[in-house]
Write a protein that binds this ligand. Structure first.
Ligand SMILES: *[C@@H]1O[C@H](CO)[C@@H](O)[C@H](O)[C@H]1NC(C)=O
Ligand SMILES: *[C@@H]1O[C@H](CO)[C@@H](O)[C@H](O)[C@H]1NC(C)=O
Ligand SMILES: *[C@@H]1O[C@H](CO)[C@@H](O)[C@H](O)[C@H]1NC(C)=O
Length: 307
């Protein structure tokens, strides 16, 4: 199974592969869970303007039938394959322990010091690759389908606060603890546990009900006044830096603060952190739509042209 990367094949073959991939190989402790990534992408896709919507449909393989969210976990599934090993450092940023800050030139590199190899660099990279789409077929250096899937995934990751975490504890991965009654770690609490507990406690385990609640909260609820500021972005480099800063600041204040390895996190932690998780998912989706609308739209006002 792991050898198949294919988007080709007949509809049913593709669908089976996809279902296998989603239900069997979801790795733990790597990224927003599949629920988090799917919601980010569903929020984004619903906000696309006609041109961007058309471009996204064109780029997706047929077997997902136009549903971007079906492939938003793909970058997690392939990150350990030989061909895609270079993508592994692109899911996160390690910042200096306890500094609670992000500086692109200091922090955006892989463990060997190669510059730009972090989630902030990746969002910029795949945004600028997608800018070539408008120019037609001339540039064959980049696979536009992959660029779309990577961008969609990494916009989720850059908004997951613990993906911009401390270096020594690997973004909370090595902080082992209990989530209510079972074993977990601090990174995974933010990737998935909070979402799953919210689903079980408030949404009848139905992701579509949770998604509707998030959508209601940004169209006509607690966040509706904030959406225009969330979307504001003229310079993708600056925006990416500020999104990463937001993440490390939430990670410091709400993720790490007061948490000891070995302890049990339960209701207090869940109730006070859930609003941040939901807001980050909403922001990731809304900002992904903003990027795709700018990149695929006809307006001259988009980001700087492709490089
Ligand atoms: C683009 O990437 C996808 C996924 O890896 C692959 O299935 C597809 O064949 C590639 N397209 C081109 C034109 O290489
Ligand atoms: C940008 O994408 C290309 C492949 O399309 C890859 O070779 C390069 O390492 C990427 N860099 C970053 C920072 O994502
Ligand atoms: C939506 O907002 C309400 C408050 O109006 C809040 O109780 C609820 O938890 C929010 N839902 C999500 C998913 O953020």
């Amino acid at each position: 199974m792991h050898r198949h990367g294919g988007f080709g094949g007949s509809l049913s073959f593709g669908l089976i592969l996809f279902l296998c991939a989603v239900f069997i190989t979801v790795p733990s402790a790597l990224a927003w869970s599949k629920e988090g990534h799917m919601m980010t992408c569903q929020i984004a896709q619903a906000l696309l303007e006609p041109q961007a919507s058309e471009a996204v449909s064109q780029l997706l393989p047929e077997y997902v039938q136009g549903d971007l969210s079906a492939l938003c976990v793909w970058p997690d599934q392939i990150r350990h394959w030989y061909k895609y090993r270079w993508t592994s450092p692109l899911h996160f940023i390690d910042t200096p322990d306890d500094s609670c800050s992000f500086t692109y030139s200091r922090d955006c590199h892989d463990q060997h010091g190669v510059k730009d190899m972090c989630v902030a660099g990746a969002v910029k990279n795949f945004t600028s690759q997608l800018l070539h789409y408008r120019e037609g077929t001339a540039d064959r250096r980049y696979n536009m389908t992959e660029a779309l899937l990577f961008l969609s995934h990494f916009m989720g990751d850059i908004h997951q606060p613990m993906h911009v975490g401390f270096t020594t504890d690997e973004g909370g991965n090595t902080i082992e603890l209990r989530w209510f009654r079972h074993k977990s770690n601090l990174h995974h609490v933010w990737d998935r546990e909070i979402i799953l507990t919210a689903l079980a406690d408030y949404y009848d385990k139905d992701v579509s009900l949770l998604l509707k609640d998030i959508e209601r909260n940004y169209t006509d609820g607690i966040w509706s006044d904030d959406v225009s500021s969330w979307q504001h972005c003229n310079d993708i480099s600056k925006c990416v830096n500020s999104w990463a800063k937001e993440s490390i600041q939430i990670a410091c204040k709400w993720g790490y603060n007061g948490v000891q390895s070995g302890e049990t996190l339960a209701d207090d932690y869940f109730n006070s952190r859930m609003p941040y998780v939901m807001k980050r998912i909403a922001q990731g989706g809304i900002r992904l739509a903003m990027i795709l609308n700018q990149v695929f739209g006809a307006s001259e006002e988009g980001f700087a042209t492709a490089t």
